[in-house]
Design a protein around this ligand. Sequence first.
Ligand SMILES: Nc1nc2c(c(=O)[nH]1)N[C@@H](CN(C=O)c1ccc(C(=O)N[C@@H](CCC(=O)O)C(=O)O)cc1)CN2
Length: 297
Amino acid sequence: MTEIIDGNAVASEIRDDLTDAIETLADAGSRPGLATVLMGDDPASQTYVNMKQRDCEEVGIESHHVDVDGDAPPEALFDTIADLNDDPGIHGYIVQAPVPDHVDYRNVIRRVDPSKDVDGFHPENVGRLVAGDARFRPCTPHGVQKLLESADVDTEGKDVTIVGRSDIVGKPLVNLLIQKAEDGNATVTVCHSRTDDLAAKTRSADIVVAAVGVPELIDGSMLEDGTIVIDVGVNRVDADTEKGYELVGDVEFESAEEKASAITPVPGGVGPMTRAMLLYNTVKAASLQEDVAVELP
Ligand SMILES: Nc1nc2c(c(=O)[nH]1)N[C@@H](CN(C=O)c1ccc(C(=O)N[C@@H](CCC(=O)O)C(=O)O)cc1)CN2
């Protein structure tokens, strides 16, 4: 029987567990504040920032949102970032990716105060993560680790194949999984668009993490029986539905489920965990900035 790893349920537990830490901060006179910044009007990004705002309300984090015109020069976004860096009520903020083509996201991230960088994307935070001293684990990779833990998957000594080498998921995840840590100690192969014989790499893995943004790239024929499959992809594909699209992962669910011992669905798998771990990082940022010790889940 294949276990369906329920990201909505695990994310909900994490939100519940964070309320204790938020109460501790409130007792010390502080309320965590998160801002989201969206440049442009990408519909998926709008959905994600709306959901992030809603999550904040649910757990008692003060939320703010800033829209920046998609045609504005990069300096308009840089000014917003400077304001957020200076605002003591904002403990953390994120600039939703992707940004419009005329803006270099790396140049954006470098301007974020590393102590407020709750995405964990600033070079200082990337360096700390690689050095094994992470301040903020990037939300999606951290969410993947929490999902594996929830399914009692011990990564020690396991062969993990990550399909995708993005700065947001693939690169940080390999660094987390190879660390000498209870939720690390794995042997990791990272595949990408130039990888030869992808199926050989996925078939040789105990755990496959698909994070490449190609709808249903990985199917059951590319997996051995008993593989644990974590699907990070959330792709909108045209469909005859009310919204005009449906969500599919990077994994072809039906055929993969037949082979997997455990698998995450899309929607309802990694996506909600990305949002839950953003709340986690915001509470951690507030705790560090306000010098109030809290217990994190
Ligand atoms: N600044 C950032 N930008 C982006 C990140 C990020 O971590 N930081 N990650 C992705 C998108 N992402 C986060 O913002 C994200 C993706 C998916 C979900 C989610 O909840 N998905 C739901 C379905 C939602 C829907 O109905 O469309 C699910 O999978 O169940 C949340 C956040 C790129 N940009």
